[in-house]
Write a protein that binds this ligand. Structure first.
Ligand code: FAD
Length: 389
């Protein structure tokens, strides 16, 4: 039997070093996450700090950044790590994405040297946890209209407002908060013990349950002038961080899909109905073949974008949108299709498929919904902005 990603020998497109990183992260995910993640998911908890320390030791936090304890990996290496983590669980990959691509990237790209020295080495080591607060209760896809305000008071800044659906917020040591000042949108590094800052865990999630998600309230949070990220001016700063995180998702979603397909093939070859394995039915094989096709096309797309990014230094937002829209959409379709192959067992937590499918509902929504990515691509194709109607 050929593994789905081996049909086209796609591993041959990777260097030895890339394969080594992929295999290392796969082993860690298999040893450290996979055996316990179904229980974390069921209980709606995850040991963020323990995992962060372990991932930090391996250099997985902010792994594509340079200096300050970060390992300076390539985009493809970072993508492969995301894929292997998400093959275990999207929530665990989210922990790493938010820490490295959102919170650390924001500090790295827009912070002062003092802010970088203060936060980044501890975050790279997994000793300090960061979160990234852009979304608000009333402003998700449209952050330009954010309500959170930053007011100058002498040399200080005072933040008032609230952020919603913020990954890692309840456990964070530092929150990168985006707020509107008279001059435009600014970013702030807010220590979580600042008076007026509070983060509560959002309960009753039916998706991404092995991830800590919080609601932040900012009640007259007074910060020194040095807490503002000096390089961040306007909404393009947080949007550039989202482009970073979206890149990891392009790869990560494929990991979840791959795990579903592996599970479905294993199941279908051993489960018998009508006196033969269900994998022997043509309808099952048609499903498996179609899913393997999409998985490989998604991998080629991710690899192309990764190679472009490593060569050019950056991707255009619409290029990242092509990757995120396609790979998450196909991953969730694969997860749902695999669930049908498992029949009744498909809805059981004994198998990872329903967990991945449910997780991918969040992945479809965060870092820009599918509709928002369609609009980004549509704008690139037509030159017309259709966001507001
Ligand atoms: C588990 C989880 C973790 C998250 N983590 C973070 C985090 O760490 N930091 C952070 O800042 N945010 C985070 N988010 C928030 C996430 O980015 C938002 O939920 C997302 O941007 C969508 O915003 P919204 O939920 O307000 O939906 P809305 O913006 O209200 O959208 C609702 C629907 O309307 C559609 N829509 C909106 N505008 C348009 C339009 N112009 N044209 C067509 N359709 C449109 C959307 O596509 C969607 O289908 C997280 C979300 C989840 C679920």
């Amino acid at each position: 039997m050929t593994a789905p990603l081996d049909l086209l020998d796609l591993s041959e497109l990777l260097s030895d070093e890339e394969r080594d990183i992929r295999d290392l992260v796969r082993r860690v995910a298999d040893d450290r996450v996979r055996p316990q993640v179904a229980e974390w998911y069921e209980q709606g908890t995850v040991p963020v700090r323990d995992l962060a320390r372990e991932f930090g030791k391996l250099g997985l936090l902010g792994m594509h950044l340079e200096g300050y304890g970060c390992v300076g990996a390539s985009a493809v290496q970072y993508g492969l790590a995301c894929m292997e983590l998400e093959a275990a669980d999207s929530g665990v990959r989210s922990l790493v994405s938010v820490q490295g691509s959102l919170a650390m990237f924001a500090l790295h790209a827009y912070g002062s040297d003092e802010q970088k020295q203060r936060w980044l080495p501890g975050m790279a080591a997994g000793e300090l946890i960061g979160c990234f607060g852009l979304t608000e209760p009333d402003h998700g896809s449209d952050p330009a209209n954010m309500s959170t305000r930053a007011r100058r008071d002498g040399d200080d800044w005072v933040l008032t407002g609230g952020k919603m659906w913020i990954t890692n917020a309840p456990v964070a040591d530092v929150a990168v908060i985006w707020a509107r000042a008279d001059e435009g949108v600014y970013g702030f590094a807010v220590p979580a013990d600042t008076p007026g800052f509070a983060a509560r865990e959002i309960r009753h999630k039916m998706s991404l349950r092995a991830s800590s998600t919080g609601e932040i309230t900012l009640d007259e949070v007074r910060l020194p002038g040095s807490a503002r990220l000096p390089g961040a001016r306007g909404l393009k700063a947080p949007l550039s961080c989202l482009t970073e995180a979206r890149f990891g998702i392009i790869w990560g979603a494929l990991g979840a899909a791959r795990d579903c397909l592996h599970t479905a093939i294993d199941y279908a070859t051993s489960r018998e109905q009508f006196g033969r394995p269900i994998a022997g039915f043509q309808l099952t094989q048609a499903k498996l073949a179609d899913m393997a096709l999409e998985l490989q096309k998604g991998f080629l797309l991710a690899l192309h974008l990764g190679r472009r990014r490593d060569a050019a230094g950056a991707l255009r937002p619409e290029q990242v949108s092509v990757g995120k829209l396609n790979n998450v959409r196909e991953a969730i379709a694969i997860a749902r299709q695999c669930r049908t192959i498992l029949g009744g067992n498909g809805i059981s937590g004994e198998y990872p498929v329903m967990r991945h499918a449910n997780n991918l509902e969040s992945v479809l929504t965060y870092e820009g919904t599918s509709e928002i990515h369609q609009l980004v691509i549509g704008q690139a194709l037509t030159g017309l902005n259709a966001f507001a109607g």
